[in-house]
Write a protein that binds this ligand. Structure first.
Ligand SMILES: NC(=O)c1ccc[n+]([C@@H]2O[C@H](COP(=O)([O-])OP(=O)(O)OC[C@H]3O[C@@H](n4cnc5c(N)ncnc54)[C@H](O)[C@@H]3O)[C@@H](O)[C@H]2O)c1
Length: 333
């Protein structure tokens, strides 16, 4: 059945590709983001990131004529007004300040988008009686753990970064709205998403750019950190399946989105280098505060919710990523 969906974070890595996926499934979709359609807005320090966000908007929203609202989710009434105008039956809330490392340098950057913004989205969905709210949480809420796989019921009260703390707070806020008002929602704990159109502050992009220029890459924790890398199209497909049901959500659900296949960063780099056809120059560095040694999702609950789930292997996914990166950012341009 056709749904009417609003996606926040439409210029983002996951949001942009989700819009396209939902549109192709036949849903009526609209997006919002703080960026203007021309790509102006609060400019991140990295000019490549501005270029990337602009390009994602052009590729996945403007080109297909998807309705787009430029708003700051932290601003009073901005999101509520979009809900009044578009009247979606499902909101997928992905807009946020992301990035564990960034939160070490500038934790206060996270307060307005992740805490105030989230509260406004939650409250507006409650007041408009939006039947389905799905929102992005993160594997980082698990903190330091050695017991695998990570289960949704595991404790999450020891975040190792301020970013993780904001995501954990989001889950608590959603729970409180259920306790107070009976509102349901699904918090999606994404596990290290990678792939085409990926973020410039994440390892695949940074490593690939350095390797292409024959510059050294720094691997923290001797490259022995383990990450449950999840291909972006797999994530987008799973969200699509959570969007589709028509019933109103009534519980404060949380679900992992990862394949339970952690890979050592050292192996990840070797695979990436194979696709780039370069020999990586590696500098090892100790583990940083805020880093966690391991992430590994139990995917049991997700499979119960959506049935089967596609799995792109890391080898295939990195192949697609490198192909995209080389065409989007040719080194000689
Ligand atoms: N990519 C991952 O591996 C990963 C892992 C765990 C969780 N997440 C979460 O998933 C969500 C999407 O991640 P992503 O990788 O696509 O991030 P992204 O940074 O590419 O996208 C986030 C988008 O939100 C927008 N935004 C930021 N502040 C805003 C504001 N105040 N008002 C409106 N828009 C605002 C940004 O402009 C950006 O386009 C985020 O909530 C992130 O924390 C991502």
């Amino acid at each position: 059945m056709t749904k009417k969906v609003l996606v926040t974070g439409a210029a983002g890595f996951i949001g942009s590709q989700l819009l396209e996926h939902l549109r192709l499934l036949g849903h009526q979709v609209a997006g919002c983001d703080v960026l203007s359609l021309e790509g102006t807005g609060p400019s991140p320090a990295d000019p490549l990131l501005t270029r990337l966000r602009k390009a994602r908007l052009a590729e996945f929203s403007t080109r297909s004529g998807i309705p787009y609202f430029q708003i700051d989710i932290g601003a009073e009434d901005a999101f509520s007004q979009v809900l009044s105008q578009w009247q979606p039956d499902t909101v997928v809330h992905l807009a946020a300040q992301a990035g564990v490392r960034h939160s070490m340098q500038a934790p206060l950057d996270f307060v307005t988008p992740n805490l105030v913004g989230f509260a406004r989205v939650l409250d507006a969905c409650h007041r408009h009686q939006t039947p389905r709210l799905l929102y992005a949480s993160s594997s980082s809420v698990y903190g330091l753990r050695s017991q695998v796989p990570f289960m949704e019921a595991d404790r999450t009260d020891q975040p190792q970064s301020f970013y993780a703390a904001t995501k954990q707070a989001n889950e608590a806020m959603a729970y409180a709205y259920h306790a107070q008002y009976g509102m349901g929602s699904i918090g999606m704990r994404f596990f290290t998403v990678y792939g085409p159109w990926g973020r410039t502050d994440m390892a695949p992009f940074m490593f690939a750019q350095s390797m292409r220029r024959h510059q050294p890459i720094k691997l923290f924790g001797e490259g022995k950190l383990l990450r449950d890398f999840t291909y972006v199209a797999d994530i987008v497909e799973a969200i699509g399946k959570l969007v589709s049901p028509v019933d109103k959500l009534t519980a404060p659900d949380i679900v992992n989105m990862g394949h339970q296949r952690p890979v050592e960063v050292n192996s990840f780099v070797q695979l990436l280098a194979k696709h780039l056809k370069v020999e990586p120059i590696i500098e090892y560095a100790p583990m940083q505060a805020a880093d966690v040694a391991l992430t590994c999702a139990s995917e049991e609950r997700l499979l119960r919710m959506i049935g089967d789930w596609r799995e792109t292997t890391l080898d295939q996914g990195l192949g697609h990523f490198v192909q995209w990166l080389e065409s989007w950012d040719p080194l000689d341009s």
